[in-house]
Ligand binder design. Structure first.
Ligand SMILES: Nc1nc2c(ncn2[C@@H]2O[C@H](COP(=O)(O)OP(=O)(O)O)[C@@H](O)[C@H]2O)c(=O)[nH]1
Ligand SMILES: [Mg+2]
Length: 260
């Protein structure tokens, strides 16, 4: 774990906390899927959004965190999934968080119009989804933050700066790096994210390997701790008073959805 700001809440740490955090993340189960923002269900839970370039290892990381083989579909054809998939986490009768798996980005074969649509969906979601409490950005540790990753971060930067949204950057596939390379990418990413840091912000970076099960407990612990701590922060007045994202197709009726 690599906190950007020492005086903010960090994961609780310790073997017991890690065990509890992994038990918590293991409860993740499919909730619903939405083709567009206006289909996302209204709920009162903190939402943790997983974002990343296609092929960054997002689906694999979500499955590894949940300790489930196929919770998030690890696609062999990157760029195909444009839906937002929601998972509920916590006790069956009283979930305490929603994980949102957002569409991967940066797949070369996607058309320009599809790219523009993606940009609009992501910008709307990250800027105004009122439940959004945490953004988890998956970044391939061999490449570090790309221009597209930085563009995506810019959509949510104001809410990270005022502390309404916490940011965890996961450097994936860490098994592909040696110690020196890991240290280097960690430091480089830290320097880049320092530009977003304020007194209110909560930004962390974790090295992660699904293959070696590195960073799994640590990430689960950070997310669980943030879920427990961030609820009042997730709903500051200015966010509550903001309208939900613009409808993309003109209809404002969301279809009825099953309970989480
Ligand atoms: N070596 C290694 N490969 C990984 C790891 N995580 C994912 N991958 C591979 O990276 C590719 C993309 O993974 P996927 O989860 O589908 O990426 P997504 O497009 O971001 O959802 C797949 O071939 C995975 O097997 C990891 O921790 N280590
Ligand atoms: Mg995927």
């Amino acid at each position: 774990m690599s906190p950007m700001n020492e005086n903010r809440s960090t994961a609780s740490g310790g073997a017991d906390a890690t065990k509890q955090a992994l038990a918590w993340s293991h409860t993740a189960r499919f909730y619903t899927t939405a083709a567009q923002l206006n289909q996302l269900p209204a709920h009162d839970l903190a939402e943790i959004a997983f974002v990343g370039r296609s092929n960054a290892g997002k689906s694999t990381a979500i499955n590894t965190l949940a300790q489930r083989r196929q919770l998030a579909f690890a696609s062999k054809t990157p760029g195909r999934t444009q839906h937002i998939n929601l998972f509920s986490v916590g006790p069956k009768d009283a979930p305490d968080a929603i994980w949102a798996d957002l569409p991967g980005y940066g797949y070369a074969a996607v058309t320009r119009s599809a790219k523009l649509r993606w940009q609009q969906v992501m910008a709307d979601y990250l800027a105004v989804r009122r439940n959004l409490a945490v953004v988890v950005q998956m970044v391939d540790s061999r490449h570090g933050l790309t221009d597209l990753d930085k563009q995506l971060l810019s959509f949510v930067a104001p809410r990270v700066a005022n502390g309404a949204v916490k940011l965890l950057v996961i450097l994936t596939k860490a098994d592909k790096l040696n110690r020196k390379e890991s240290d280097q990418i960690l430091r480089q990413t830290q320097d880049q994210l320092a530009e977003m840091a304020t007194d209110e912000s909560d930004i962390q970076i974790a090295l992660f390997s699904a293959l070696k099960k590195q960073g799994v407990g640590e990430v689960a612990d950070i997310l669980r701790t943030w879920t427990q701590n961030c609820r009042p922060l997730a709903f500051p007045d200015e966010i509550l008073n903001q309208p939900e994202a613009e409808d993309l197709d003109g209809s404002d009726e969301a279809p009825p959805l099953p309970a989480p």
